[in-house]
Design a protein around this ligand. Structure first.
Ligand code: ADP
Length: 469
């Protein structure tokens, strides 16, 4: 059963039950009210009869005789009177009874003895009859009962009409309520229908660009529609991210295998060549072995970098602790001074780093500086200059690696942090193309950012900004 049918049914049932109870209450109230009116009138008449009774003396005996009034004076077309003595004999009756008598029994006569009037209802010639039994007590003697009866035809007719009216009225009210309820629930549930329609379409087609865009009032349903839209937006974004990361992963695997194939092919070629020439020329053999060594080194560097990025992709988080920036940079400079870059000048002004503490993973942060310095030396011709400089900003510290090297064109600038991206892939000096990608990941792990400014032919500046608080 649909929600709409259930709502309509519930609504109609509640209304129907309320109407039925109201009708019942009204009916009972009207019936008892009308009956009370009849009772009051016949009681009044019986009392009047009683007041009209005369007692006369009869000569020669000092005997008194009860003289009943003419009961017809009190009768009306639907009001009947009758006087019954204690022996059960009718001693007076109104003419409209036409020789018949109001129903009574010996028990009725006996009951009158206690002097209290009482009512009875009889069925009399297809109609109900309400009768008051008024005990006739004169000078302490119980002489019989005065019965005043009234036909309840008019009352019953009025009650029957009321009953009919209530039944028809209730049915009409329920019909109107059910119809309007059916329509109203349709209007009220329209957004729900819309939401479920769109949700079904999204589930079927997988089109997550669909939205409800509900324009109605911001009630519970409006809120539901908005929440649904927000949820689909989130899902869409998550799905996009998932697809991007999936294709990035596919690209990574393809690039990685391509990158690994190159040194392997060189090594295999060299080995085959060595096998062919044997030990005939020790000079050539030495050169070839050197070549093999450098290719193997390149491969192991590549694998190391790839492993670092794979770990990063797997959600690996760096453990950090407060570190002195000055100490880290001193260690970096000492290591770099041992590198074989004697033709390039390195200057470092680290005074500003004194007293600055950063929340860092020492080894990884050093690695990030090594990557930048390694690039600076790689892409700066001999006699060039590399500078390490500390910059200060409110709540952050910048470590800039400046070089006077070949620079990077604006077109390439936006790509250099991508994996395996190299401005000039054929260049002998180029590394794995993974260095800056790793550097960026390390900086992000430190809640920092990396900036680059470069001018082709003049040089580049890479700045790592780290939060100090
Ligand atoms: P690679 O191992 O090739 O150096 P990176 O990810 O470190 O890979 O750098 C990507 C590319 O960005 C490099 O191939 C190079 O073309 C360019 N690049 C990086 N640093 C510099 C720099 N200081 N000067 C000029 N070009 C640079």
């Amino acid at each position: 059963m649909s929600l709409r049918s259930r709502l309509t049914l519930l609504y109609s049932t509640v209304l129907g039950t309320t109407l039925l109870l109201m009708a019942l209450l009204l009916y009972v109230f009207m019936a008892s009210n009308l009956m009370a009116g009849v009772d009051k009138e016949i009681a009044q008449q019986s009392r009047e009869v009683l007041l009209s009774i005369r007692i006369v003396d009869r000569f020669p005996f000092p005997l008194e005789e009860v003289v009943l009034p003419d009961v017809d004076v009190f009768a009306a077309p639907d009001t009947y009177l009758q006087v019954v003595n204690t022996r059960g004999k009718i001693i007076a009756r109104s003419q409209n009874l036409a020789g018949q008598s109001l129903p009574f029994s010996l028990r009725t006569i006996t009951k009158g003895q206690d002097g209290k009037e009482f009512y009875q209802t009889f069925r009399y010639e297809n109609a109900r009859l309400r009768v008051i039994n008024h005990p006739l007590i004169i000078k302490g003697n119980y002489l019989g009962i005065i019965q005043v009866g009234r036909s309840l035809i008019a009352v019953d007719q009025a009650l029957n009409r009321l009953k009919l009216l209530l039944i028809i009225g209730s049915f009409l009210a329920i019909a109107v309520a059910a119809t309007s309820g059916w329509y109203l629930s349709k209007v009220a549930l329209r957004p729900v229908t819309e939401i479920s329609k769109i949700a079904t379409e999204i589930a079927k087609t997988g089109d997550m660009t669909r939205r409800i865009n509900y324009r109605g009032p911001k009630d519970e349903l409006g809120h539901l529609a908005d929440t649904f839209d927000a949820m689909v937006s989130k899902l869409e974004k998550a799905y996009q991210r998932l697809q991007e990361s999936h294709s990035a992963q596919k690209r990574f695997v393809a690039d990685a295998s391509h990158e690994l194939r190159t040194p392997l092919t060189t090594i295999r070629g060299n080995v085959e060549f060595l096998q062919k020439i044997g030990n005939s020329d020790p000079e050539i053999t030495k050169d070839i072995l050197k070549d093999i060594e450098s290719e193997a080194e390149r491969m192991s560097r590549l694998i190391q970098d790839m492993l670092a990025l794979a770990r990063a992709d797997a959600g690996f988080q760096l453990q950090k602790s407060p570190q002195s920036l000055h100490e880290i940079l001193i260690k970096v400079i000492r290591s770099v001074e041992r590198w074989d870059v004697s033709q390039t000048f390195l200057t470092a002004d680290l005074d500003k780093a004194k007293g600055i503490t950063v929340n860092a993973n020492k080894d990884y942060l050093q690695e990030a500086f090594f990557i930048l310095l390694d690039n600076a030396f790689k892409y700066t011709p001999p006699e060039g200059k590399v500078t390490l400089e500390v910059l200060e900003n409110p709540q952050e510290v910048g470590i800039a690696v400046r070089d006077t090297g070949i620079g990077i064109s604006p077109d390439n600038l936006e790509n250099i942090f991508k994996r395996f991206y190299r401005v000039d892939p054929s260049r002998k000096k180029g590394g794995t193309g993974l260095g800056l990608a790793i550097c960026k990941w390390i900086v992000e792990q430190h809640e920092g950012r990396i900036e680059v400014e470069s001018e082709p032919g003049k040089g580049s500046t890479f700045t790592i900004w780290l939060p100090t608080k």
